[in-house]
Design a protein around this ligand. Structure first.
Ligand code: FAD
Length: 383
């Protein structure tokens, strides 16, 4: 059906980055095709914590989180063993499943006029003299410019380095007392070999997302019962959370080799815009990957509308992200060794301002330009 099709703009990947790119282009009058490999909406390995920046960017894109059932959180709880510290977040966070968020955003792009093809897995993307060429099975598509927005999945020939950590995610129905203990809270618990985030999302479900070292995974195994037993052995607070909890699925979803700290420094081509996790993977403990995904998508669309090349866009993005990545990587060192865990909780309890500073400094900020452009009617985002 697509054989030798030509379209102005294309995004390979219809996650947050690719969809933000498509939505921004289409609502500015451009034609865009979204190719998404999953045939139906699916759950993703993600903490599902929406920072203030993510909320601002989604609002800019016209997505209202309230009717989707997003929850709200104003407190950050840090747990190590049986100790905990609670500090107010410097903003109100939100909780919403990626299942719902990604699907709703993609629907919004389609409603705005983007052509969305689900169940299409792109096998390669290559630059040409007039733009780019995308191959998906027997189909070949040509476009003037496009986005590489495949998230964690590498696409030939633009591989990223492989990281060490393994990520998991599971939705659970907690018992009422445990659920109440998570009300208005985003909780991160450090354990020997990784950390686990927990928050309440739509329909009162708890979203649990954790990363661990492969050596620990080999030792305790990948099944949920064995992992839950390990978490409970590490902390009574985690034990309380998990007692009587009913998982929504048989086993957690997982992703291996997360390349934390990765920045794509090598430009691809003037017509191919690397977005989201294909551009930069900030450590999830501190940074907000969803904001980078959305922001890079919107900014790439703006660059195209302004007649800019992907190479210039990529350079500006890297410059913008450099400080944030440096700080996020440094902050993550605090949580790498078991020795530092207790100290981190103590510091958070004694110096809540430090937590607020870390939370702010490791986020992609400064959206005044977006808000101003809405007021003035111009949709121009400075990168
Ligand atoms: C453990 C963990 C926890 C996290 N927690 C948070 C958090 O709480 N808050 C936060 O802000 N960020 C968090 N992040 C980061 C965030 O999840 C990512 O940065 C974000 O999802 C990146 O969006 P994306 O659009 O680049 O990629 P994705 O969301 O992965 O989307 C890529 C899309 O491309 C599609 N695709 C892949 N290959 C192909 C192909 N060949 N052809 C067609 N389509 C393809 C996929 O199906 C997918 O839909 C976390 C990350 C991890 C690993």
């Amino acid at each position: 059906m697509y054989s030798s099709m030509t379209c102005p703009f294309i995004t390979v990947g219809g996650g947050l980055a690719g969809t933000a790119f498509a939505l921004e282009l289409v609502r500015n009058g451009a034609d865009v095709l979204v190719l998404e490999s999953s045939a139906v909406p699916k759950h993703k390995v993600c903490g599902e914590f929406l920072s203030a920046e993510v909320q601002t960017l989604l609002d800019y894109l016209g997505l209202d989180l309230k009717p989707l059932g997003a929850t709200s959180a104003g407190t950050f709880r840090l747990v190590a063993g049986n100790r905990k510290a609670e500090v107010p977040l410097p903003f109100r966070g939100a909780g919403l499943s990626r299942f719902c968020l990604d699907h709703s955003l993609l629907q919004a792009a389609e409603a705005a006029g983007a052509e969305v093809k689900r169940g299409v897995t792109v096998s390669s993307i290559e630059p040409t003299s007039s733009g780019l060429l995308v191959k998906a099975g027997r189909h070949v598509l040509r476009a003037t410019a496009g986005a590489l927005a495949t998230g964690k999945h590498n696409l030939r020939p633009f591989q990223r380095r492989r990281g060490e950590m393994v990520g998991f995610k599971l939705l659970l129905r907690l018992r009422p007392e445990a659920s109440r203990a998570l009300e208005d809270v985003v909780q991160i618990a450090m354990f020997d070999g990784g950390y686990i985030g927990a928050s309440i999302i739509e329909e009162g479900l708890a979203s649990l997302c954790w990363v661990m070292r492969p050596a620990l995974l080999r030792r305790i195994g990948a099944s949920w019962p064995s992992q839950a037993t390990y978490f409970s052995s590490q902390s009574e607070i985690l034990g309380d959370l998990l007692t009587g909890a009913r998982p929504e699925w048989d086993k957690p979803i997982a992703i291996a080799g997360i390349p934390y700290g990765y920045l794509r420094r090598q430009p691809i081509a003037s017509s191919i815009f690397p977005l989201g996790d294909q551009l930069a993977v900030i450590p999830s403990f501190t940074g907000d990957g969803m904001a980078i995904a959305l922001f890079s998508g919107i900014a790439a669309a703006q660059a195209i509308l302004a007649g800019d090349s992907a190479i210039a866009f990529q350079q500006r993005m890297l410059k913008r992200l450099k400080r944030q990545f440096r700080l996020a990587s440094a902050a993550n060192l605090l949580f790498e060794s078991k020795m530092m865990h207790g100290l981190s909780v103590m510091t958070a309890a004694l110096l809540p301002g430090a937590v607020a500073w870390i939370a702010k400094s490791t986020r992609i900020g400064d959206f005044e330009d977006v808000m101003l452009s809405r007021v003035s009617g111009r949709r121009v985002l400075k990168v």
